[in-house]
Design a protein. Structure first.
Length: 110
């Protein structure tokens, strides 16, 4: 099956080492640009399932336990950017494959 890629924003809309929120098909997604990582860009759900708010894009990005993570700005749980898995709790947020191509950020919808 071929992945369907959706244009979300320009690379210039992203903030190095931080998150921005985008609405994609009616869902809030947190986008992270981490140039020093191998993958460079990540997309996870913006909804914090522990804090019960759309705030993940406002979290702090860090390298923890050999993974790039975002710390929720509410209760500080760390979510792995590549998988959406919370390090401290047995809970996940949705995640999407993301790529930069020709200065555009795309996410895979399937």
């Amino acid at each position: 099956m071929t992945m369907q890629w959706k244009l979300v924003c320009k690379q210039s809309d992203l903030v190095v080492g931080a998150g921005v929120a985008a609405m994609v098909n009616g869902e809030q997604i947190a986008l992270f640009y981490v140039p020093e990582s191998e993958k460079k860009v990540f997309a996870i759900g913006n909804w914090d399932p522990i804090g019960k708010a759309n705030v993940m894009s406002r979290g702090l990005v860090a390298h923890l336990q050999n993974e790039w993570v975002v710390a929720s700005p509410l209760y500080k749980q760390h979510f792995v950017l590549a998988s959406g898995q919370c390090i401290e709790e047995n809970i996940k947020v949705p995640h999407w494959s993301a790529k930069l191509e020709d200065d555009n950020l795309y996410i895979a919808l399937n």
